[in-house]
Write a protein that binds this ligand. Structure first.
Ligand SMILES: C[S@@+](CC[C@H](N)C(=O)[O-])C[C@H]1O[C@@H](n2cnc3c(N)ncnc32)[C@H](O)[C@@H]1O
Length: 187
């Protein structure tokens, strides 16, 4: 029997529907490079992906994954916080941005995304976002600080003006520690 999409699957489905070849997109949390790889395939050889992570290990893992597929020409991997994204993005507008929050799978669980920098990056991403563009956040709440980060994102995105943005919340309500997905489309 077909199941519902999990949050990562749903985030990719939303991107497939909104992002085409030649698009400029941001992976705010590169981690092990799975989202960056997905985005690199989606935007094609004329597109551009900016992938941020503060951890060297994540940058190395992402670089390895992308070089195996020969995608390093279309992906710029940046070892810095997504809160400083404007320093690196050359284009005036972006088509999309993805956040997969929390800690690096297989890495140090003490190094996690934080509400303050996540919100700064989200605000800067919204400023650059094209009309019709999409930002998706996948948020985990099982680790320390995760619930606070979700609450901060919910407070911020709930207050976005309805005539400018459509905001969706996607969540399995009967599963413990199930992540949350928030998607914002600029109208
Ligand atoms: C859940 S992982 C990302 C998984 C990744 N999207 C993938 O496909 O493998 C979260 C990542 O966010 C990174 N991170 C934490 N704070 C950050 C920040 N301020 N800017 C950029 N990355 C950050 C962590 O180092 C970690 O690698």
């Amino acid at each position: 029997m077909p199941d519902f999409w999990n949050c990562v699957e749903f985030s990719h489905k939303l991107f497939r529907e909104h992002i085409g070849k030649g698009a400029v997109v941001v992976d705010a949390t590169a981690g092990n490079g799975l989202d960056s790889l997905f985005l690199a395939e989606l935007v094609g050889d004329k597109g551009r992906v900016y992938s941020f992570d503060i951890q060297k290990k994540a940058v190395q893992n992402t670089e390895k994954r992308l070089s195996e597929k020969k995608f390093l020409d279309r992906v710029k991997i940046i070892e810095d916080s997504h809160a400083r994204l404007e320093k690196y993005i050359c284009e005036k507008e972006i088509d999309g941005m993805i956040f997969n929050l929390g800690y690096l799978p297989g890495g140090n669980r003490e190094i996690v995304t934080e509400s303050r920098t996540t919100l700064t990056a989200l605000e800067k991403g919204l400023e650059l976002l094209k009309r019709g563009g999409i930002i998706v956040l996948v948020i985990y709440t099982g680790h320390s600080g995760g619930r606070e980060e979700l609450d901060a994102i919910l407070e911020f995105t709930s207050a976005l003006k309805a005539d400018e943005y459509n905001v969706l919340r996607y969540h399995f309500i009967n599963q413990e520690n199930s992540p949350e997905l928030i998607a914002v489309i600029k109208r």
